[in-house]
Design a protein around this ligand. Structure first.
Ligand SMILES: [Zn+2]
Length: 210
């Protein structure tokens, strides 16, 4: 059975996930899959999950949480170095190909955000600058610089934990990765382990204030 697609989208979010959904596909699951591809999946999940399609979500959420846990490990590693705790990983076809944490202070480098470093490492791993079929998981909504890097590296998907209302440019202050004027757009899922991702940052800043 062909997989459902959202209007105007050329690429599914993640082929491994799609295959998993396909195996579990039912007529009601199609509705869930479509809503999954839209802007605020977790918000939409609540209404979609009232039916009988929760199983279809399990695979997505398990994998998302698994990779976000790895990104969280990176964030915690950054905190031990006195860096703002943000961690990122890049996954391709279900495999971890890069991971990094914020290194701005350590390197004295204003662009050494976790996402940029993870993207650079992923490009080395795939031996090219196009990160097609790659998903970047990051604990905090990317800033404008990192959102630009996501577009320029042709990353297919972005999954982030907590929103950043002060600097986030993937939905908060703007949405650079889904600007229709650009030649590449990135699918977004947000809110994965949101509370944990947010708490890591809050704990770090509260320790700083003490
Ligand atoms: Zn950034």
């Amino acid at each position: 059975m062909p997989l459902p697609t959202s209007p105007g989208r050329k690429r599914h979010f993640d082929r491994k996930h799609c295959a998993r959904i396909e195996a579990r596909l039912s007529s009601s699951a199609i509705l869930v899959f479509d809503s999954f591809c839209l802007r605020s999946p977790l918000h939409r999940l609540r209404s979609a999950a009232r039916g009988t399609t929760v199983l279809a979500w399990v695979g997505f959420m398990e994998d998302d949480q698994q990779w976000m846990e790895v990104a969280l490990q990176e964030a915690r590693r950054a905190a031990t170095l006195g860096e703002v705790p943000v961690g990122a990983v890049v996954v391709r076809n279900g495999e971890l190909i890069a991971q990094a944490s914020n290194r701005r202070e350590t390197e004295g480098n204003p662009v050494a955000h976790a996402e940029v470093l993870a993207i650079q490492a992923a490009a080395v791993a795939v031996e090219g600058w196009r990160l097609i079929d790659c998903t970047l998981y990051v604990t905090l909504e990317p800033c404008a610089m990192c959102a630009g890097a996501l577009v320029n590296s042709r990353v297919s998907g972005l999954v982030f934990g907590a929103r950043d209302p002060k600097a986030g440019f993937c939905g908060s202050l703007g949405n650079l990765v889904q600007d229709h004027r650009l030649n590449h757009r990135v699918d977004i899922r947000e809110g994965v382990l949101e509370d944990v991702c947010s708490q890591v940052l809050k704990s770090f800043f509260s320790r700083l204030r003490r």
